[in-house]
Design a protein around this ligand. Sequence first.
Ligand code: NAD
Length: 480
Amino acid sequence: MQTLANFIQGRYQEPVGGAYLDNVEPATGQVYGRIPDSDARDLELAVAAAEAALPAWKAMSIEARAKILYTIAEGIELRLDELAFAESVDNGKPVSLARSLDIPRAASNFRFFAQAITQYASEAHSMGEDGVNYTLRDPIGIVGCISPWNLPLYLFTWKIAPALAAGNCVIAKPSEVTPATAALLGEICTDAGLPAGVLAIVHGVGGRIGRALVEHPKVKAISFTGGTATGAEIARVAAPAFKKLSLELGGKNPTLVFADCAYEKTLDGVLRAAFANQGQICLCGSRIFVERPLYERFKADFVARAAARRLGDPLETATEHGALVSEAHLAKVLSYVELAKAEGGRVLTGGERVRPEGRCAEGYFLPPTVIEGLPFDCRVNQEEIFGPVATLMPFDSEEEVLGMANSVRYGLAASVWTENLSRAHRVAKRLEAGVVWLNCWLLRDLRTPFGGVKDSGVGREGGFEALRFFTEAKNVCIKY
Ligand code: NAD
């Protein structure tokens, strides 16, 4: 049994209240550890440590701060195998995915913002003969970062790295469902020379330690990634205190396949977009619209490939499709399969829990599931499922597919598959989404603005957008 601890003032500490939560391995359904169920008392320790550390951290030269962040990136890379294993056990994702995507990206997040901060400049506004203004962008102070379970270390570091680079002290709360790699990050930061108190990692449930973090008067900004309902609750609590808020929320992303697409490349891309990480990526394309002349052929090949994905023990390197993150989440996803049937859908493949032989028999496995025959405006096609469930729908015109694609309350991401250049750009322009991929999916350049429109969030992460979020602008005006 593994027992995790909070990381406060550069040391691992037991929760003040001595309470713990179980941590379950999704591939086996077994409790394999426990994590602190922290509360406001633990947060007070973290805030006090951050207050003490802040003056020196803010005053440190940008080069020195950047050097520490580079060293953290190297520390993550040095422990790639250990972190990938921990992520896979904790989350149920294939270890090959954790090794190739999650952990390398966590290292890139630190390296990228170590570089970005050295290139971050602020503006000057000349008033001609009268005077000049310049803008200072100083760290905010103590900030809170709250992340979800689907890409645990990847999204945790995506927030922490820019916040630290900008000179803030950070109190970070990983998801209680997947705390393992976040817990290891404290050690890596200490080894890299991050001063004690600059980063605290506190574990526990959202409604207790998460809420305390959002409420704390000395925490001046909250960067949150998670569900839309949680984002609304955080906004409700934080807004009256005038905290800066960045909210990256849910999605229900459309995939638009035109008959003139590059067929094989499209099949591969759409399959990955639908089922990577068991469909548990906010950017996954779960509503697949296919132009009618291609529909039957695409359906046959797509279903065959979905059914052929290797499901099994996430710790085996050949596994492509692992377990869903929890029993409750599996039940939620399965309830949408039942709803799909009630709404008139036909399940073409998947749709039922699978119990692999051996150690994973009690794990939370649902194979790639493809459903057709549903109207675009039914609940299954409007609500976020966040699992390996994709629907197929034919369309006849650009106008029609844009109407269906934009019909949901979300607006995070979309992908468009066509070899017609003007159509690709025309459609991209009209899609209601913060990110549009043309003939690709999840191809990321960390300099670009990342975030959603409508109920998918407020604000943008990535590149200078993140550094702007984690700094406060002050205009200084000089009269000649
Ligand atoms: P969630 O909203 O349940 O939890 C996210 C985090 O918020 C967890 O750490 C949780 O403990 C914490 N939390 C919960 N209630 C809180 C409260 N009242 N105050 C403060 N913190 C609280 O989300 P989840 O189930 O972990 O993640 C899945 C969701 O995340 C999906 O909706 C998915 O689309 C979304 N997501 C969005 C993005 C994006 O970039 N837009 C990326 C990944 C996941």
